[in-house]
Write a protein that binds this ligand. Structure first.
Ligand SMILES: NC(=O)c1ccc[n+]([C@@H]2O[C@H](COP(=O)([O-])OP(=O)(O)OC[C@H]3O[C@@H](n4cnc5c(N)ncnc54)[C@H](O)[C@@H]3O)[C@@H](O)[C@H]2O)c1
Length: 354
């Protein structure tokens, strides 16, 4: 089943974190579906926000540079919105261990601020929240389904669990329609590439290295992960938004599962060249590494009809093609706030309300 234009045409859609990876891909799709899109993003420099991510749709969306933790801004911005896709977040698991309080503020206080804003100014909106498979920690069984115990191994997972619970409380207590999706490793065009150490995720790091002719560093080599191409993730968000049956629910996403060495081989094949190097898993990563993990997406398949459409090979082909073409907009962005889109700079006409 795919999302039709009818469901979103003319609808007002707020995307927090809309200048980031998943949010901007969602914005492109919503514009295609005829929605009225308002993006809210703080453009915190270390994270994935990048103005180039909305190149091509910059005249079709409104952008408001604001922090989701600002209750006054959010109370104003959620008004009149039909759908709110809450994708603003600090995505680094290592980061969350080094600075757990910032992680808590962004990933728990942020979503709570959006929920509070809806409670006060717009209880009719439907809210979609992007959580993470890391909430399960090291799996007790595979594939991991939604009934698996939550046993977080890092602070980012703790923040996400708290945020999920807030969504549940606001659904039951105030009738605000919320859905939480537990995302697994999501990849594709418009993902942050400026980090040179793979601290936020290793897949973009490998893609960057293969394009730069550098070896793919396999850390440990025992890990198995599953991968969702970003278009499939966007489709899941839209399907969950459009389905009443999803209200109050939590769903896993998922995709093809593969060991790190096998993924490296696939990437080398897709890129027509490359090499690997094996190193030990550094201690700070070992402490929070879930080992072999992949999710069951049976619940969302059964209830909403979602399943991944893009194979890992095809997704990697598209991703590499994108970054080979637009490399300069992703590698050299020391300061995203100075980026330009066709002469438009931040503060010269992009900010506004939908
Ligand atoms: N990409 C993945 O593999 C993955 C996996 C699991 C969960 N998720 C979740 O999905 C969401 C989106 O992830 P992404 O990969 O697009 O990350 P991203 O870093 O590319 O995008 C996040 C965006 O949020 C913005 N942001 C951060 N803090 C903010 C704040 N306080 N106020 C307003 N904007 C803020 C950033 O500027 C950035 O543009 C995140 O919540 C993340 O935890 C992603």
């Amino acid at each position: 089943m795919s999302v039709t234009r009818r469901g979103f045409e003319g609808k007002r859609c707020l995307i927090t974190g809309g200048l980031g990876f998943i949010g901007s891909n969602l914005a492109h799709r919503l514009v295609e579906l005829g929605a009225r899109v308002l993006i809210v993003d703080s453009l915190i420099p270390a994270y994935g926000g990048n103005l180039f991510n909305i190149a091509g749709i910059q005249d079709d969306v409104h952008v408001n540079i604001a922090d989701v933790r600002d209750p006054h801004a959010m109370q104003y911005l959620v008004r009149g919105q039909d759908y709110i896709f809450n994708l603003a977040g600090q995505i680094g698991h290592l980061e969350s261990m080094e600075d757990p309080q910032t992680d808590l503020r962004i990933n728990t206080e942020g979503p709570l601020s959006v929920l509070e804003a809806c409670k006060r100014s717009n209880r009719d909106a439907k809210l979609l929240y992007a959580s993470t498979r890391q909430v399960y920690g090291r799996p007790r069984y595979l594939p991991v389904d939604e009934a698996h115990p939550l046993q977080p191994d890092d602070c980012n997972a703790v923040s996400n669990i708290a945020a999920e619970h807030y969504h549940r409380v606001y659904f039951h207590a105030y009738g605000i329609r919320t859905v939480c999706l537990r995302l697994t490793n999501t990849y594709g065009p418009r993902q942050m590439m400026k980090d040179t150490k793979g601290r936020y995720a290793f897949i973009y790091y490998w893609i960057r290295r293969i394009i730069d002719g550098q070896p793919l560093t396999i850390m440990g080599g025992q890990q198995v992960r599953d991968y969702t191409y970003v278009d499939d993730c966007v489709e899941a968000l839209l399907m969950a938004a459009g389905e009443r049956q999803a209200d109050g629910e939590i769903y896993n996403l998922g995709g093809e599962a593969m060991s790190h060495p096998t993924l490296a081989d696939l990437l080398i094949d897709v890129a027509s060249g490359g090499r690997t190097e094996l190193i030990e898993l550094p201690p700070e990563r070992r402490a929070i590494d879930p080992g072999k993990v992949y999710l069951s997406y049976e619940k969302i398949r059964r209830e909403l009809g979602w399943e991944p459409q893009i194979s890992l090979r095809r997704g990697l082909e598209r991703t590499i093609e994108f970054y080979r073409k637009y490399r300069d907009h992703y590698w050299n962005e020391a300061d995203v706030a100075e980026q330009q889109i066709g002469g438009l700079q931040l503060g010269s006409g992009l900010a506004g309300e939908a």
